[in-house]
Design a protein around this ligand. Sequence first.
Ligand code: PLP
Length: 433
Amino acid sequence: MKLYSTNNKNLSVDFETAVFNSLPADKGLYMPTFFPQIDKEVMANWDRKSFPEIAFDMAYALLKDDISAEDLKTIVDETVNFEAPLHQLERDVYILELFHGPSLAFKDFGGRFMSRIMAHFLKKEKKEIQILVATSGDTGGAVALGFLNIPGIKVTILYPKGKVSATQELQLTTNGNNIEAIAIDGTFDDCQALVKTAFHDKELNEKLNLTSANSINISRLIPQMFYYANSYARLKDNYENIIFVTPSGNFGNIAAGIMAYKMGIPITRFIAATNSNDVVPEYLETGIYKARPSIQTLANAMDVGNPSNFVRVLDMFDNDLELLKTKLTGYSYTDEEIKSAIYYVYNTHSYVICPHTATGCLAVTSDKLLNPDQEKTAYVVLATAHPCKFPEVFEELRIPFDEPEQVAQLYKKEHKSLEMKNSFEDFKKYLIG
Ligand SMILES: *Cc1c(COP(=O)(O)O)cnc(C)c1O
């Protein structure tokens, strides 16, 4: 696979370079120069294939020139070693449960795939790398658990102090070994800015092999295409139209869905559901893109004021807003609406959804009102995290939720994090050591 920069289509780098550089020097984002098409006959047989087999079909189409089929199969099988089942909520509405991995959020797919891709390339080069990652909550846990004890890779995770849930914080701070967590006195955007500045700092780059594990890294997005493809495979015989509803913050997850569509998966439409950080829904409505500081909400993994991956979404529609609007709709919701959706879904279906997933369920209702007469159409809401990661919300609503055993274990472990001001000078000093 060759990749260009969204700022320079004449650039052409290979996959390994894109994985370790993370960002092109021109500050665009890497995108595949073209999307290989999955054969119609191959897709016709997908209902008889397993999730890992479908994932391999996608990965192989993209990466067959970069990684041998045998190695790629191992990487895909290790990545997709937990289920992503569809739970039918009501007629024609499904919840795609993406929270059965080690950190209980969809980001496990990216964390597991990326760590194994990097380990694959590092094996032959024998070099050490340092991963920097900013997290608004869930990225950190997925990256920490994905990279824990991978030799030759040190991971530093920056998170906004006091702005992630207790469970999320424990997932970041209880690992030790090659994983270090830093609590920054600031917002997620501040953490992301510190990481971005580090990547563009000449001195740091001379001294360290810095790499990003944020969703700006293309290797995070590739495995996120897999579950869109797998859901299509499970539903294709019963529906003519499939609409994916993706709770969105940095817009990596929805970008991956659109990449799957670009590879030929017949997806009718995408809906981006956001919390009050509504830059994209506003842009789709007004044509004006106005980045702003993030607002803290109950769906904290989506508290993003200037979504990095949206340029990828635009790029796939040639930066043509009218064209984009034929495939992408956006809706945003307040914390009050999120709480009432959690409550409603629990009361009517005895099913507990996390605050992020709640924006997706709300979007189904909004979208059905605007499009009342759709036939043979399935809505698939991506359930991005397990509800137990957000205990505060459910205690307030008095809704009981299950806690998987791995969460109970976290509370027994020793935890450690470094506190730091929102200062690039301090961060740089820490990195140089
Ligand atoms: C990261 C995350 C999101 C947002 O995903 P993006 O790819 O950043 O749009 C939504 N929900 C949860 C639970 C997350 O962890």
